[in-house]
Design a protein around this ligand. Structure first.
Ligand SMILES: NC(=O)c1ccc[n+]([C@@H]2O[C@H](COP(=O)([O-])OP(=O)(O)OC[C@H]3O[C@@H](n4cnc5c(N)ncnc54)[C@H](OP(=O)(O)O)[C@@H]3O)[C@@H](O)[C@H]2O)c1
Length: 425
């Protein structure tokens, strides 16, 4: 792939194309100065970025729109040079809410269309204007989602010219298959935006996406801002990595530039966020060197399968129905394991009656769960036996169910049940 600072678009399956580097724009609203986002997007466009990643959820789409329109008015770029990705939040999955949500984004941006509109997460919250709906006890209010129906509403937005391309985010293989195998599918997702960096290289999901012409867009490509509100900071900072720094020395680059180059060199789009003028420029200087095949392999070997972004709001209210108990001293018969309590550390050998939940990767350290993500595992459950060991573990006030099977640990939750139902029953 011949990529350069002035020509770095890669094709999308619908005939459009996407710049392989974009500026991420998520910054904690409470601590970010007004105007920082506008200034940063303008600097990015001056630097050569043509792709901006944003979302209604980030509460700064107005600033992104201001910057883009100012640069167009200045004659620096034309609208068609810019690629803007917007996101449908989890409170707007109900099909009738999709177009109004996109229209609100366009109104905020003061633009006529977005280049890419993606479903931000594959689970739904209670529909409405409250972005993180909770009940009076602080429990998340979920909503049953029908991803296929939501997707059809997105397709209508593309037909109406409000979005040039359609994609998804945080989708695992099965959730992608739900869309890909939808009867009467009109438009395939062109991209899947997922966490992806040298410590979380996503080899299986990347391969699946590549096989289906779905471009992977790597969020948190520098290892996040390490905001403890939503990041697992017990994992070491990516940019302190010895290998990334030593390769940086070799090429007179920084660890950040090595991490970004690694992804773009394997065809993965990167959207590093920076609101610092020097770092915005630094992150774009990744087209004047390349890593050897051996170096690419050694960076791939840094993969720990540990993610930084936990998305814990997707992990509440786990409910699993089990048929047969196993371990001595443990409960037997049909059981419900619920979230909220201490959870205990009981081990149950279970046969699932049904799969009323989705699942995610879990990393165990010393038998105690240290982090969990609610979805997006790549493990192929269809090859798995239907009985396994289920461990109920409580961590950080959340209750996780950890399934151990063929040496793989998985946590389960009941939020994204549709994919499981579809593929396992
Ligand atoms: N779809 C999703 O669910 C999802 C989830 C997370 C993120 N995203 C998107 O992906 C974007 C990027 O991910 P992210 O914001 O999580 O993390 P990131 O891009 O991996 O890292 C951003 C952090 O790194 C710092 N930084 C930037 N360039 C640097 C450099 N060259 N050297 C050292 N530090 C540097 C930034 O600080 P300064 O600003 O001070 O430079 C910021 O604290 C987001 O902004 C958002 O657009 C999407």
């Amino acid at each position: 792939m011949d990529l350069s600072a002035s020509n770095h678009r890669i094709p999308l399956s619908d005939g459009n194309s996407i710049p392989i580097i974009g500026l991420g724009t998520y910054a904690e609203p409470a601590t970010t100065k007004k105007g920082d986002c506008t200034a940063s997007v303008k600097i990015a466009i001056d630097t050569g970025y043509r792709h901006i990643d944003g979302a209604h959820l980030y509460q700064n789409e107005n600033e992104v729109g201001d910057a883009i329109r100012e640069k167009i008015a200045e004659g620096k770029v034309r609208r068609e040079d810019i690629f803007y990705c917007g996101k449908l939040w989890a409170t707007n999955h109900v099909p009738e809410m999709v177009r109004p949500a996109l229209e609100r984004t366009l109104k905020t941006l003061k633009l006529d269309y977005v280049d890419l509109y993606i479903i931000e997460v594959p689970m739904a919250f209670k529909p409405g204007d409250e972005v993180y709906p909770m009940d009076e006890n602080g429990k998340w209010l979920y909503h049953k989602s029908d991803l296929q129906a939501t997707w059809e509403a997105l397709e209508a937005c593309k037909d109406a010219g409000l979005a040039k391309s359609l994609g998804v985010s945080n989708f695992n293989r099965r959730q992608l298959e739900l869309i890909l195998n939808k009867p009467g599918l009109k438009y395939k997702p062109v991209s899947n935006q997922i966490e992806c960096h040298p410590y979380f290289t996503q080899p299986k999901l990347l391969k699946f996406c590549q096989q289906h012409d779905i471009v992977v867009v790597a969020y948190s490509p520098l290892g996040t801002s390490r905001d403890p509100l939503w990041v697992n900071i017990s994992s070491p900072p990516l940019l302190h990595d010895v290998l990334l720094n030593s390769l940086g020395k070799k090429y007179s680059k920084t660890a950040a530039q090595i991490a970004l180059r690694f992804n773009i060199q394997r065809g993965v789009v990167v959207i590093p966020k920076s609101f610092n003028p020097e770092r915005i420029k630094e992150n774009f200087q990744i087209f004047d060197f390349s890593l050897t095949e051996e170096e690419m392999k050694s960076i791939e070997a840094l993969n720990t399968n540990v993610r930084f972004v936990e998305l814990l709001m997707c992990c509440s209210e786990h409910q699993v129905r089990v048929l047969a108990g196993g371990e001595p001293g443990q409960e037997e018969g049909e059981e419900q394991a619920n979230a909220g309590g201490g959870g205990g550390l009981g081990i149950l050998t279970v046969v699932l009656l049904s799969f009323p939940f989705s699942f995610g990767e879990t990393v165990l350290a010393g038998g105690v769960i240290t982090r969990s993500t609610p979805f997006m595992t790549n493990t192929d459950f269809r090859e798995a036996p239907l009985d396994f060991t289920l461990t109920c573990v409580s961590a950080r006030g959340w209750c996780f169910l950890v399934m151990e099977m063929k040496g793989v640990s998985l946590s389960l939750d009941d939020v994204m049940m549709e994919a499981f139902h579809t593929y396992l029953l």
